[in-house]
Design a protein around this ligand. Structure first.
Ligand code: ZN
Length: 257
């Protein structure tokens, strides 16, 4: 829907914002401020200069090592930056109108840190979920006000799809929790964070898509657990984070269906 320059600008914006997401992923679980102190090396604490902070380029130029202490810098940093840029460009090719573009770009900025933090710490911070709530509401409003122009999140059947999506997601989750309780005698099949996330995504993309997202996430998480058990990366009692699979499935279903 746009020209090449537009995509280049979006990619660069994605890299820069991805660099900020790295800060969020690092600091939010530790309950540190996102603004202070300025970016510093995680091992030696040396303040990073602007040349050290160019997305992807600094990391590649320094070959993944801190300029000051030589300690390894996680590959996660450039990966998150590239992922944000890639999802930004992909989003622009899919969004139906400019409001949907804004909503879905903002959504990317929430879902990437949720996936990364859940993957590392097995939690989905309420702070991020609560800030995502107005975005879900905005998507719901957009689907009701201008359904004919919304192509990503709307599946074309009735103005109350978003509400139905949230209700469907919570209903299914209730059933899963009930099933888990009877089968395992415990109700921790899914964390509260996963449940809140799915309800928000249900409001974003409607009932039909959220049910497919959930199905796809269960299949992916199941397959990944089997692989991790077989390769002995995880034991039978180990937790796996469900959030990253929900988010991966969300993008697979919403962008390709
Ligand atoms: Zn260092």
């Amino acid at each position: 829907m746009q020209n090449v320059l537009f995509y280049v600008i979006l990619a660069v914006l994605g890299l820069v914002l991805g660099s900020f997401l790295n800060v969020v992923i690092c600091r939010l679980p530790r309950k540190e401020s996102l603004a202070f102190p300025a970016s510093h090396c995680a091992s030696c604490g040396h303040k990073l200069s602007p040349v050290d902070l160019i997305p992807v380029i600094s990391w590649s130029f320094l070959r993944g090592k801190c300029r000051y202490c030589g300690e390894k810098i996680s590959l996660r940093y450039p990966l998150i930056e590239l992922l944000t840029a890639a999802l930004f460009v992909l989003t622009a090719t899919r969004a139906g109108n400019r409001w949907e573009l804004v909503i879905s770009l903002v959504t990317v900025l929430f879902l990437i840190p949720i996936a990364a933090i859940d993957f590392q710490h097995y939690i989905i911070p309420n702070k991020i979920l609560l800030t995502l709530l107005p975005v879900a509401v905005a998507s719901a409003v957009l689907q009701i006000v201008s359904p004919e122009q919304v192509s990503l999140f709307y599946d074309g059947a009735g103005a109350f799809r978003p509400l139905l999506g949230a209700v469907a997601a919570s209903g299914i989750l209730f059933l899963i929790a009930l099933l888990g309780y009877y089968l395992n005698g415990r109700d921790e099949v899914m964390g509260m964070g996963d449940i809140k996330l799915l309800v928000l995504l249900g409001a974003l993309c409607g009932a039909k898509k959220i049910l497919l997202v959930l199905l796809c996430a269960v299949l992916l998480a199941g397959a990944a657990s089997i692989v991790m058990l077989v390769t002995r990366k995880k034991g039978r009692k180990d937790k796996i984070a469900f959030g990253p699979y929900i988010i991966l499935s969300f993008y697979v279903i919403v962008y390709w269906l």
